[in-house]
Design a protein. Structure first.
Lengths: 743, 367
């Protein structure tokens, strides 16, 4: 019978609502044939007809002038056997019987005024039309016989308040009650109001609702303020099968008909949605119905697993249809991904619907039938993988380099040399090449500060090939991801072309590259003879192990010119001359800059920053300050992330653009060594309390300005030199405090 | 060559997020089972060992994020239960016995301003101080600050930005700020046509407020994840967007070069520079490597794909990683991967058998 009705109504049923207007509703009940619903609340008590696409108000049971608290309902129930009989539990403790077959407008039939306090729940016996149970705030459950119109039995629970009562399905004489002290009690009606035959503690805190599974024997669900729905198997003892963790306190729960594992729930506070859970997946609702604007107070399934009604504090009644449900699980992020700064590691979590974690990740959702999806719902788990992607992700930063590079303390040429070797030993040939070229560049310059004897300003018609030639080689290998060694042959070749031009040994001052106009400044020095030798020497070094030098791109004329220049230089100690022809003045800083920019773009800020740092004392590369800051900042962060603090400090100190970083998060407090009183800024090193200057030398008793050394044990100290002398002959403190400072 | 390792997480429901700490030696995972787990790297073995696990929320925990270690061992979580929380690891004094229980995580604050699920939480870049951004399904981005970094219990809600669309993810621009104003990108999972899916907000120093400066009109599908690339001196920012497919968007601020003040680049030029439908399914997550040159994406096909832009600005898939241990190259011709991941098990980490899944379901199209 059920399945027939279910199929027919589900196809046509739709989500719909009715605004009660008079106030929030506390409970609802369906008539026997599911055609009508009675909605009850503090100020509302109506019967609505459930039409195809709307609710229609049929009867308003709140009639008459002097409405008393009997009309203020906490719960309502419609008799299963007599379709004219409705019972309500009122907030004043009355249990009221209503008879719809009455001809008068007031349908009130009888008032049972047995309870002292609010009645939370009323329920009809499933088979006995004359038996009615009520649970109340006064801690009792009363059983009424409708024929004699009085309470037949009183069951005294162990708590101050009974929140829910329900008969056991397919059992005519037992019922459960749940109470605010967290316990569930099972009673036998035949035994009268004596002790319950089973009591167990279900929740920490009040239990607000319970529901026996309509089909599964001995399966009871309870919901409590501890934000849990618990499913129990109750025989002689109660064993916990499942525990669902909800967002808020659980108000009402109701098993979904014809489903083994589904249960609907409402929240008492916070959460306005009605959730349907699969008890096997205790954390994510199977479906959620988010129509209400305030918390739902009552739910009832309309004899079908697909349709149910709910009332809410927002004064509405909704009919929910399952096809309109939201599926929280499908909205939840099914995957996680993170890239580790170390080791080139990636962590990934993917969803699977197989209990065996070795199974493959799930397939696209459209490949599966809905039924199987529902069936798999509770099996959702994440597989978690870590991938070591090694070189690929690490790209651009080498811890070994960072540890071994020397960036300060030697001449730039030496530094380049050292670092080139380090790079080469780590098989980073392209980086090594950058260092080599940088070194060559440095060698061609006059490194000692030379007084500008005289400069000649010459205007050169900007030759096209000069600006184009150098940067090209670097871009050739940009599309190769890994450090592919073969790619460098071409760049080496072209760099060597360039070396021919290096030989010209010209010092180009910075504004050569910065100035907009073609006004070039050249300066030629007396100590010329050193230069050509060095330049050529290194050219040979590079040539070893690399393809033979080829000078195709470099016109013979250019080379001649270069050599000529050198020759001229050799002969004359000082010379003024003018370029008549365009000379291939090679723009060193620019090409180095381009190389660094390329490396930075490829993620290799390490090379960019290190080369720049080495060059910084002698050359100012034309790099924007903004870019430089970004490089340094990124490199410092990389170093710090790899716990290379010393190296990071070197960069911070010497980069010159981020000096403030070392001044962050450092505060110091000075206090008097004698009395411990903090020194104010104003007083300087004079202690107000001792009326003395603080830093006094223990040997000469004069105030120490500048460097001071002191014993950490006794706090006395003084001029470093004085102390050194003192401690060469003594072990005790010079002040005479008796502390053995030098042990 | 890649080595894939399966890690038994013991999470009882889906894992929604994983985050590495600043140094990459610790990891945090969060799950629908309402717990957060913290993992420690075993430096010798390379395994991850769980050192802490606790119930963090009363709903699915969506995201977890680490604060800069400057502020201590601090993580933030956000949850379906409408709250975000800040947790700090404290060294227990006089703890009984074993080393593992010597530290534990204490909830320092609960941020309860949202009235719906808090979908993402992210700490701001270090230079902004201890600042936290959350976004929620009710369409607000909230920016909190702990004015006293020593007191993590005090957080003040600094800004509440109405996005007006259900937010799914948020990302800070990590670029060092001297020449850029602080910037965040917000993604929405709203599937309505004709509403922007990614919004860019920038902090205006003069007005002291966050302004929406742009929305990405090219993106028309719900957005699952966003990530800004670390900026290594580029003049433009790169934003990875996980939506129906993977997109890389370049944001080029029209900069006012002024040495003294941080220019508020009210205008950004937006260009979609890559659109990668290779996953052939929804892309869920994106993440950049530390130098911002490689983008990792994870899709519904279960693969992690690594992307790299070449000198032409073409983004290509350079590697595909699969949890079953196989690795395929970008070119299908060389798909015969030479991955030799060892089989075996020790500790709580398991090596995956190579090609186990492929053998199981050969007819399944993987991507």
């Amino acid at each position: 019978m059920m399945s027939r009705g279910e199929g027919g109504s589900y196809a046509t049923a739709r989500s719909m609502s009715f605004n009660l207007q008079d106030g929030p509703a506390n409970a609802l009940a369906l008539s026997k044939d599911n055609s009508h619903v009675v909605v009850a609340g503090r100020n509302v008590f109506k019967i609505l007809a459930i039409e195809e696409d709307c609710f229609v108000e049929k009867v308003n049971l709140r009639v008459g002038k002097n409405l008393n608290l009997n009309y203020s309902c906490n719960d309502v129930v419609w008799s299963i056997l007599d379709e004219n009989l409705i019972a309500t539990g009122a907030t004043n403790g009355a249990v009221v019987l209503w008879n719809l077959s009455k001809i008068t407008r007031a349908k009130q039939e009888h008032v049972f005024a047995d309870h002292q306090r609010t009645v939370h729940k009323v329920v009809f016996h499933p088979t006995d039309p004359f038996m009615l149970l009520s649970g109340s705030q006064d801690g009792t459950v009363k059983c009424f016989d409708l024929r004699v119109r009085e309470a037949k039995l009183t069951f005294k629970s162990n708590s101050e308040s009974v929140r829910d009562v329900q008969f056991l399905p397919k059992n005519n004489f037992s019922f459960t009650s749940v109470s605010e002290n967290g316990s569930v009690q099972l009673w036998d009606v035949r035994k009268g109001g004596e002790r319950p035959f089973l009591t167990f503690t279900a929740h920490s805190g009040p239990v607000f609702s319970c529901d026996w599974h309509p089909d599964l024997p001995n399966t009871l669900a309870t919901g409590g303020r501890d934000r849990a729905i618990k499913v129990w198997t109750v025989t002689n003892v109660a064993t916990l099968d499942h525990s669902i963790a909800t967002v808020a306190s659980v108000g009402r729960i109701k098993w979904r008909p014809s489903r083994k594992n589904h249960i609907g729930s409402t929240s008492l506070v916070v959460d306005a949605s009605v959730c349907v859970w699969d008890v096997r997946r205790p954390f994510v609702p199977f479906a959620a119905f988010e129509k209400h604007k305030d918390v739902a107070t009552g739910i009832i399934w309309k004899n079908s697993p697909h349709i149910f009604l709910s009332t809410s504090k927002d004064c509405t009644v909704w009919q929910h249809v399952f096809k309109d449900a939201t599926r929280p699980a499908s909205k939840a992020m099914p995957q996680a991904l993170a890239v580790n700064v170390r080791r080139g590691e990636i962590a990934q979590a993917v969803t699977t619907y197989q209990s065996d974690s070795a199974a493959p990740p799930r397939f696209p959702i459209f490949n599966r039938k809905t039924a199987s999806l529902d069936e798999q719902f509770h099996m959702a788990r994440s597989l978690f993988f870590t991938f070591e992607a090694g070189r690929l992700l690490r790209d651009g930063f080498r811890v070994e380099c960072a540890e071994r590079y020397t960036l300060i303390g030697k001449s730039p040429q030496e530094l380049c040399d050292i670092n080139a070797k380090i790079a080469l030993s780590l098989n980073m040939k392209s980086v090594a090449l950058v260092w080599e070229i940088t070194k060559l560049f440095l060698n061609t310059r006059i490194t000692e500060p030379v007084p500008h004897i005289e400069t000649t300003k010459v205007t050169v018609p900007t030759p096209n090939h000069v600006s184009q030639a150098p940067p090209k080689p670097k871009e050739d290998n940009e599309d190769h991801i890994s450090d592919d060694d073969q790619n460098h042959s071409s760049s080496e070749l072209e760099s060597q072309d360039v070396l021919g031009e290096i030989a010209s040994g010209l010092h180009m001052t910075q504004n050569l590259f910065m100035s907009a106009g073609p006004t070039y400044e050249f300066q030629i020095n007396q100590e010329g003879p050193v230069l050509p030798a060095e330049a050529f020497q290194h050219r040979h070094e590079i040539r070893e192990g690399s393809p033979p030098l080829h000078l195709e791109d470099c016109s013979p004329r250019d080379v001649d010119e270069a050599i000529e220049t050198v020759a001229v230089e050799n002969r004359t100690s000082y010379l003024k001359f003018k370029f008549v022809d365009p000379v291939p003045a090679f723009e060193f800083s620019e090409s180095i800059t381009k190389a660094l920019q390329f490396h930075a773009k490829e993620g290799d800020v390490q090379t960019a920053v290190c080369v720049w740092l080495v060059l910084a004392p002698v050359v100012k590369l034309p790099i924007e300050r903004r870019v430089l800051e970004a490089w340094c900042y990124a490199y410092i962060e990389l170093l710090q992330r790899n716990r290379l603090y010393a190296q990071a400090a070197v960069v911070i100190k010497h980069c010159g653009v981020l000096g403030h970083l070392s001044q962050e998060s450092t505060s110091y407090l000075i206090c008097c060594g004698k009395c411990g009183k903090p020194l104010t800024q104003k007083a300087g090193n004079f202690c107000d309390k001792c009326r003395k200057a603080v830093a006094r030398c223990g040997v000469c008793h004069m105030t120490v300005t500048g460097l001071m050394s002191w014993c950490q044990g006794c706090g006395h100290g003084g001029h470093i030199e004085h102390l050194r002398k003192w401690f060469s002959g003594h072990k005790e403190c010079p002040v005479g405090c008796g502390h053995v400072c030098h042990s | 060559m890649f080595v894939a390792r399966g890690v038994k997480t013991d999470h009882k429901d889906l894992i929604h997020d994983v985050a590495f700490d600043y140094y990459g030696t610790r990891m945090a995972t969060c799950s629908s089972d309402q717990t957060v787990r913290v993992w420690e790297l075993d430096a010798q073995e390379g395994n991850w060992n769980c050192t802490a696990s606790w119930k963090a929320h009363s709903g699915s925990v969506w995201k977890v994020t680490w604060a800069n270690p400057e502020y201590g061992q601090v993580i933030a979580t956000c949850s379906f239960d409408r709250t975000a929380a800040v947790w700090e690891e404290v060294v227990g004094e006089g703890s009984i016995g074993d080393r593992i229980s010597a530290t534990h995580w204490v909830k320092r604050t609960t941020l309860v301003d949202s009235r719906t699920s808090v979908t993402d939480v992210k700490f701001a870049p270090r230079y902004l101080g201890l600042v936290l951004a959350t976004c929620s399904a009710d369409g607000f981005v909230r920016i909190y600050e702990a004015p006293d970094v020593m007191n993590l219990t005090q957080w003040s809600l600094q800004y509440e930005i109405p996005v007006k669309l259900s937010c799914s993810c948020i990302a800070w621009n990590p670029t060092y700020p001297r020449h850029f104003a602080p910037m965040i990108a917000v993604g929405t999972d709203d599937s309505t046509v004709d509403v922007p899916k990614v919004m860019i907000y920038e902090f205006n120093e003069n007005l002291r407020r966050w302004n929406r400066i742009e929305s990405l009109k090219d993106i028309t599908d719900p957005v699952n994840d966003l990530s800004f690339a670390p900026n290594l001196g580029r003049s433009h920012h790169l934003l990875g967007v996980a939506t129906k497919d993977l997109k890389v968007v370049s944001l080029e601020p029209s900069m006012v070069e002024d040495e003294n003040q941080v220019p508020s680049s009210n205008k950004v030029t937006i260009r979609t520079i890559a659109q990668c439908p290779d996953h052939n399914s929804t892309v869920w997550r994106v993440a950049w490597n530390v130098t911002g040159t490689i983008l990792a994406s994870s899709g519904d096909d279960g693969c992690v794909r690594l992307w790299k832009g070449n000198y032409m600005g073409n983004w290509r898939c350079v590697s595909i990683l699969r949890g079953d241990g196989t690795q395929a190259n970008a070119e299908p011709t060389s798909a015969a991967a030479s991955a030799t991941s060892p089989v075996g098990s020790f500790g709580n980490s398991r090596f995956m058998k190579l090609g186990a899944a492929a053998a199981l379901k050969q007819d399944v199209v993987w991507h």
